[in-house]
Design a protein around this ligand. Structure first.
Ligand code: SF4
Length: 475
């Protein structure tokens, strides 16, 4: 073990993503100002969800695979301590140097130290949501180290100075014309050139130079096998392989929940992962890294950053089963129409809304409320995480712990009192109907967030209760 872990009882909240002062509702409001963008964002993600459905329905054993994956992850989380120690021992025996990071800061310091030891100021990185969670690029930039992201979508958002808005499709919020402008500005393509084939070839050429000249490459980890000490990185572009195979030093950043007990379990997860993510039968590249090639260094940074705390929260520990397929985002009606950046955390959408309050309840108190609780996320989740139940449970925890906004607390109290009293309920209903009828401006105004995008209902002459009292004895 290269570095001792800190106690998980740290009083400093772990880093969870690119936090912002604005709430989900305010950021979604900004995204919604461009209606065309909202429409194709919504339609594109729904198209991917439909591809997922088609692919899934071709496998009669789909539900059995989900069940098996969920159970395997349950087993891992129940005995994580032992699996981690087993993995550390087997990985070290293979020649991998294992580091432990209690939080984002330690992770970033370890990566930085390795870069300094190897006297490099440039690094190529494939997609790793963990490094987004740790803000690695920003940290290294402040220490004079340049990171080039090699996943095409990540490279695009990096050039735009933005964070990924989706864990699988980082630039799904960007129009191809905007990408053309970025490439014109940074990669010298002709102006107004937005042909995807041309832009992809340009990025490929530019990244080829990066791969050939970088001494250090960092990759993420999709799965790690406790039994064999190997780890698996899944990409569709082969960029992780290009970086890792050409570099003298391969650093892999891994959340401690990524473990599987045995290699034979991997097939279940590989069949689930990409079908859920994009509808493909399998990821184009599923690369196994077991030991450094001769003369190469291979470092694995195992990161906690709040995961042990989440493991200790009985109601939320299942969220650590997540294999980051993004299916819950593609299906979520709120995500599709509010955009990933509105979640102001590294992992957006339904699963991000469960993970983020664990990092910092105050900062992310808005996220569990950014859901209709329709349950579509739980239905598509390949590892059967009860996502919408956990969102509902987080709401209760946040209100109980005092993190709900005062206006919401007062409104809920008024509502609870009203619904608990038939007399009050009838009086409130009557008052509401009269207000809509004779003073509609009292509700149809800018202060009412519902009114902004909806037609308010017209007032009925009588309530159902009144109608029923008059008509119940009629035959
Ligand atoms: S919670 Fe489930 S559906 Fe969402 S990203 Fe994780 S594994 Fe995929």
């Amino acid at each position: 073990m290269e570095k001792a872990t800190k106690s998980n009882g740290t009083s400093t909240p772990p880093s969870g993503g690119g936090g912002a002062a604005a709430s989900h509702a305010e950021l979604a409001d900004i995204f919604n100002r461009d209606e065309d963008r909202v429409d194709w964002h919504d339609e594109t993600l729904w198209w991917i969800r439909a591809k997922r459905d088609k692919s899934v329905h071709q496998l009669p054993e789909w539900e059995a695979l989900r069940e098996a994956a969920s159970n395997i992850k349950h087993n891992v989380l129940s005995d994580l301590n032992n699996y981690l120690q087993q993995f550390e021992a087997t990985a070290k025996a293979n020649g991998i140097t294992v580091h432990w990071a209690a939080d984002a800061q330690e992770h970033n310091e370890i990566v930085h130290r390795l870069l300094v030891e190897n006297e490099v100021t440039q690094m190529v990185k494939s997609k790793s949501m963990l490094t987004e969670e740790c803000h690695l690029n920003d940290y290294l930039a402040t220490h004079g180290i340049e990171v080039i992201d090699s996943d095409l979508g990540e490279r695009i958002v990096q050039l735009a100075g933005e964070a990924p808005s989706h864990i699988v499709l980082p630039c799904i919020h960007k129009k191809k014309e905007e990408i053309g402008d970025l490439f014109h500005m940074y990669l010298g393509t002709p102006s107004n050139m937005s042909d995807p084939q041309f832009l992809t070839e340009t990025a490929r050429g530019s990244l080829r130079e990066t791969f050939l000249t970088r001494k250090v490459a960092l990759t993420g980890v999709n799965f790690a096998i406790a039994d064999t000490g190997e780890f698996v990185v899944c990409t569709n572009e082969g960029n992780a392989d290009m970086g890792a195979h050409l570099a003298d030093v391969h650093i892999a950043s891994m959340g401690i929940e990524k473990l599987l007990p045995k290699r034979e379990h991997l097939g279940i997860f590989l069949r689930l992962l990409t079908r859920s993510a994009t509808g493909q039968p399998i990821t184009t590249y599923s690369s196994h890294f077991k030991k450094p090639r001769e003369g190469q260094q291979m470092h694995l940074v195992m990161v906690d950053n709040g995961r042990s705390i989440q493991l200790g929260r009985e109601d939320f520990r299942n969220s650590l089963k997540c294999i980051r397929c993004g299916a819950c985002m593609n299906t979520c009606p709120v995500y599709r129409r509010s955009g990933g950046h509105s979640y102001h955390t590294a992992v957006a959408g339904p699963i991000g809304s469960i993970l983020a309050p664990n990092f910092d309840m105050r900062k992310y108190a808005d996220l569990p409320f950014a859901s209709t609780l329709c349950g579509s996320c739980s239905n598509v989740c390949p590892v059967k995480i009860d996502i919408h139940d956990q969102l509902y449970k987080w709401r209760q925890v946040l209100v109980k712990e005092g993190y709900a906004p005062t206006a919401k607390k007062v409104a809920m109290q008024v509502m609870a009192t009203t619904l608990a009293s038939p007399t009050l309920y009838h009086a409130a209903g009557k008052m509401g109907r009269l207000t809509i009828k004779y003073a509609p401006f009292a509700v149809n105004n800018k202060l009412n967030p519902w009114f902004k995008n909806r037609d308010m209902p017209s007032s009925p002459e009588q309530s159902f209760g009144e109608w029923y009292s008059k008509n119940r004895n009629k035959k």
